[in-house]
Ligand binder design. Structure first.
Ligand SMILES: *[C@@H]1O[C@H](CO)[C@@H](O)[C@H](O)[C@H]1NC(C)=O
Ligand SMILES: *[C@@H]1O[C@H](CO)[C@@H](O)[C@H](O)[C@H]1NC(C)=O
Ligand SMILES: *[C@@H]1O[C@H](CO)[C@@H](O)[C@H](O)[C@H]1NC(C)=O
Ligand SMILES: *[C@@H]1O[C@H](CO)[C@@H](O)[C@H](O)[C@H]1NC(C)=O
Length: 315
């Protein structure tokens, strides 16, 4: 890690001059375990850190700060005295060479650059550049707004930054863990989607409480083969009113039903229910319906409508 020199107050320079040393690069420094850390909201971040200074100096104070530039003669603010941090920051280091720090329950507002600061009896030092902390939450992204049954879809558990810790992603469907899933990285790949796969998906990282908001996966499909019901059921007498109703399961819902009579060239009607009032024997025949939605269409089997004439003598 590159360290830059912050020869703070004149005493240090004075001292170096006495000893004829103009570069403090080898003798003073702070090393951080990494220059940037991406962590999940709510998690614990540990920044490993070491520091050094020449022998003969005595450490007076050590602390972490998030302020780089401050006016001269002012001290950097100590985060352990900041109400935003005091309950959550812990100095795990010592007053010799270890400056490891722990921050618990990290929040979005913790996204900053952090620096270790140490003050000796004769000089002060700040470890710049510091450690950039980026806090992220999780979002489920889908390769499509909705997916057609039989097609495939990829759900991705997205974080704003690339998580520093090696992470195992876990998935939930309607809050139930999909523990059998072993998809690659942060993706859940549903090959040949079934309508039962529709639901609310969320993701998390193993070992962390944080769960993404759920995202609804909409699985669309063409109408199933429609079924016709006849009302009233039973014998149909001349003069009756008869309703034929076409029913089919589909997503999105059927937007159009078309009615056909076998051996007639064009359709005889539309709408989910086809009504025949004052029926007579000329209406007798085989009827079927077709249900249509945005995905496709499907025809029912034909049903027989057999009108019993009361005055057969007319024929
Ligand atoms: C910090 O140091 C400890 C012990 O040396 C090590 O187990 C851990 O992996 C380190 N963490 C990071 C983030 O480098
Ligand atoms: C930082 O790491 C470098 C390379 O490992 C090492 O030479 C240097 O002494 C370390 N500095 C501190 C302050 O630990
Ligand atoms: C610094 O202290 C931390 C916490 O006590 C420890 O985990 C880590 O190993 C120490 N690092 C070194 C380099 O001794
Ligand atoms: C999915 O979430 C929505 C909105 O929160 C909710 O209305 C719906 O019932 C959920 N669906 C399932 C299958 O849990």
């Amino acid at each position: 890690m590159v360290m830059s020199i912050m020869l703070a107050p004149p005493p240090l320079i004075f001292l170096f001059m006495i000893h004829g040393v103009y570069s403090a690069d080898d003798e003073w420094g702070v090393n951080y375990s990494s220059s940037s850390i991406c962590a999940l909201k709510g998690s614990i971040v540990i920044i490993n850190c070491t520091y050094k200074y020449p022998t003969g100096y005595k450490i007076v104070n050590v602390f972490w700060t998030k302020t780089d530039g401050i006016p001269p003669n002012e001290e950097h603010p100590d985060l352990s005295k900041d109400s935003e941090y005091s309950q959550r920051i812990q100095y795990l280091g010592d007053k010799h060479h270890n400056c490891t720090m722990r921050l618990t329950d990290v929040r979005q507002t913790d996204s900053h650059e952090y620096y270790f600061r140490f003050i000796t009896d004769k000089a002060k030092w700040i470890g710049v550049p510091g450690v950039s902390l980026d806090i992220t939450d999780l979002q489920v992204e889908s390769s499509g707004e909705r997916v057609t049954e039989g097609h495939s879809v990829t759900l991705t558990c997205k974080s704003r930054c690339s998580l520093t810790d090696r992470s195992t992603f876990i998935w939930f469907k309607n809050t139930q863990s999909l523990s059998e899933r072993t998809d690659r990285n942060n993706q859940l790949i549903l090959q040949s989607v079934r309508r039962e796969d529709a639901g609310n998906y969320s993701c998390a990282v193993q070992g962390h409480k944080l769960t993404s908001p759920h995202r609804y996966l909409n699985v669309i499909y063409a109408p199933d083969k429609p079924v016709i019901s006849i009302n009233p059921s039973g014998e149909i007498m001349e003069g009756d009113s008869v309703n034929l109703t076409c029913s089919s399961e589909s997503n999105p819902p059927v937007y159009n039903y078309i009615w056909f009579k076998v051996n007639e060239r064009s359709s005889v009607g539309s709408g989910q229910t086809y009504s025949i009032t004052n029926i007579n024997s000329r209406h007798s025949g085989w009827f079927y319906c077709e249900a249509q939605n945005e995905v496709g269409s499907q025809r029912s089997a034909a049903v027989s409508v057999n009108v019993k004439g009361m005055n057969i003598s007319l024929f």
